[in-house]
Ligand binder design. Structure first.
Ligand code: NPW
Ligand code: ADP
Ligand code: K
Length: 515
């Protein structure tokens, strides 16, 4: 699914109005009817007080139009215009008149106005700012947002929580509304998925307002949301006459004394993701551990007992997963440097492999094209430097990706894969994955997919999806706390089966977090 920016949404508005020969007011009416239906279906005429806080632009217009439908159906409403500017949108004014025709007179809130009483069992409709926010809201509007938050009433935000930008993060933490539900028109917004802005909502849902599909389908977007539909189109079926050689040989290089488990996890995940053969390259102390824990894997040992000190093997893997449990011993850094100078085999680099690159930036130029890097936030910071906010992080990571021709996986609640100018936002996964070794599993899955013949970018996007899906399926039986990295590996098979089990579900709603 595409994630549109504000300009693209405004352009789609225009195109819809032209191609469907409707007025902008009719489009707003569609939005309001969708909002009303959503609420009415759930409230069924309940007498709960609904407070609608409406700005003076089109987001406010949506709120005012919704108020009219609620009034027509006998709901108990309070309507407030948050009068933050003298410039009102035409459709806001049209809808304000329609409301007044019904003898509903909104209360205008300005700086210093007394604020209406809002009970904790009431409902707040937040239609103050939409995607048109382009500067920080005035202090008195931020005060109002704080006041709404304190009320503990259920908050429904129209399109986007007011105070969130489409391409920036709020300057102050409480300068945006915290929504229980966001009812977003046509498509979710990128900010719903970033750690600094995703926290402003618990759930989001998409309301289809019938924007020009042809126009939308022809738009190129910087970011895409990745769900089952997107990964299925890349799935490589298994062939009847295949043999293990068909599906590639993965080599996992890593481990140090006390951290051999990381290699076990990666190698096991590579096998479960479908790699035909898997070999682990570990310090000598890892030999018995690997052969015992993972009989399916082959093992090649380093000359050193405790650390990798000289990467030397006489097999021809299709891809190498490098860095899990590696440590940063001086001999390991030298081994990695020597190895990268010679190596032409595709790489997936994680953990201390990344840390060694960060501390020896000259090595970055030695990575083969389209090397896949899988940093968690701290490792990313070491690679690309500090960032001001999530948007700055994305920009810096993209610059890095272009400079070194590499794929960057920004791991987190919604992992984002970046390559050049494009970003792919994952939708699977859960907080149970915040557990030791889950990253090692991801490295193994992606390595295993490259081994099977997936292109590096496809392998990464698909691998991140499968990893999260495996965890989502396992967590149903374990709960968040008891989910382990091994549990994620155990779910990989089910995650594959799930691809074909249920019909393709559109990405139209999401719960940010449960429990
Ligand atoms: N296709 C769709 O999805 C449809 C979308 N629709 C709805 O339209 C919404 C977008 O509406 P919108 O463009 O009128 O902008 P909105 O957010 O209401 O802001 C209003 C104005 O406020 C101003 N302003 C900005 N920042 C400010 C600040 N800090 N303090 C004070 N003023 C500030 C700025 O004007 P400026 O002052 O810069 O001239 C801005 O234009 C969208 O979210 C959705 O709800 C539906 O109606 C139909 C179909
Ligand atoms: N709250 C969360 N929601 C979804 N996924 C998460 C969450 N926390 C962590 N993850 C995922 O778990 C993995 C953790 O990786 P990493 O931090 O490298 O773990 P480790 O170093 O222990 O192997 C990443 O794939 C990340 O996206
Ligand atoms: K809003």
């Amino acid at each position: 699914m595409k994630l549109f920016n504000a300009q693209q949404i405004y352009a789609a508005d225009k195109s819809t109005i032209a191609s469907q020969q409707i007025t902008s007011d009719e489009l707003m009416e569609r939005a309001a009817v969708q909002l009303f239906n959503w609420l009415h279906l759930r409230l069924q005429g309940a007498s709960v007080k609904i407070h609608l806080f409406c700005g003076i632009g089109n987001n406010g217009g949506d709120g005012i139009a919704l108020a009219r439908h609620l009034q027509d159906h006998g709901y108990n409403i309070g309507v407030y215009v948050v009068n933050y500017s003298k410039t009102r949108s035409d459709d806001f004014l049209i809808n304000l008149d329609r409301l007044k025709e019904r003898k509903v007179w909104p209360i205008f809130l300005e700086e210093g106005s007394a604020l209406p009483e809002v009970g904790r069992d009431d409902i707040i409709v937040d239609a103050i700012f939409g995607i048109g926010l382009n500067r920080p809201p005035a202090a008195w509007v931020v005060n109002l947002m704080r006041y709404l938050h304190k009320s503990e009433a259920l908050v429904l935000s129209v399109d986007i929580p007011s105070g969130l930008y489409m391409d920036n993060v709020p300057k102050e933490e409480d300068a945006a509304v915290k929504a229980n539900y966001v009812l977003s028109f046509q498509a979710p917004k990128l900010v719903f998925f970033l750690p600094e802005t995703g926290i402003y909502m618990e759930h989001w849902e998409v309301l289809d307002i019938g924007l020009d599909q042809k126009f939308l389908s022809e738009l190129e977007t910087e970011y895409r949301l990745i769900g089952k539909n997107e990964v299925l189109s890349h799935y490589l079926p298994r062939e009847k006459f295949a043999h293990k050689g068909t599906y590639g040989h993965s080599l996992i290089i890593g481990g140090s004394y006390g951290k051999i488990g990381a290699v076990v996890l990666s190698a096991k995940a590579a096998l479960h993701s479908g790699s035909g053969l898997v070999t682990a390259y570990v310090p000598e102390c890892g030999y018995t551990i690997l052969q015992t824990a993972l009989p399916e894997a082959m093992v090649v040992v380093d000359v050193d007992k405790k650390n990798i000190s000289n990467i030397d093997f006489d097999i021809s893997p299709k891809v190498i997963g490098l860095g899990v449990g590696l440590g940063k011993a001086a001999s390991t850094v030298k081994a990695l440097s020597d190895f990268l100078s010679e190596n032409k085999i595709p790489l997936v680099i994680d953990a201390d492999g990344l840390n060694i690159l960060s501390e020896n930036q000259a090595l970055l130029k030695k990575m083969p094209a389209k090397t896949i890097l899988t940093p968690h936030p701290k490792e990313l910071e070491r690679l690309i430097g500090k960032w001001e906010n999530d948007f700055d992080k994305l920009k810096k990571a993209k610059d890095f990706s272009k400079k070194y021709d590499c794929i960057i996986v920004i791991k987190g609640a919604h992992t984002i894969t970046l390559y050049g100018e494009k970003g792919y936002v994952n939708t699977t996964g859960n907080p149970g994955m915040a557990t030791a070794g889950s990253g090692d599993v991801l490295t193994g899955i992606i390595t295993g997919l490259v081994a099977q013949g997936y292109e590096p970018l496809e392998a990464t996007i698909f691998g991140v999806y499968l990893h999260g899906k495996a965890a989502d399926l396992t967590v149903e039986n374990t709960g968040y706390q008891a989910l382990t990295a091994t549990g994620i590996i155990d779910g990989i098979g089910e995650a594959y089966l799930d691809l074909f089990k249920t019909p393709e579900e559109p990405q139209v709603q999401n719960e940010q977090s449960e429990q």
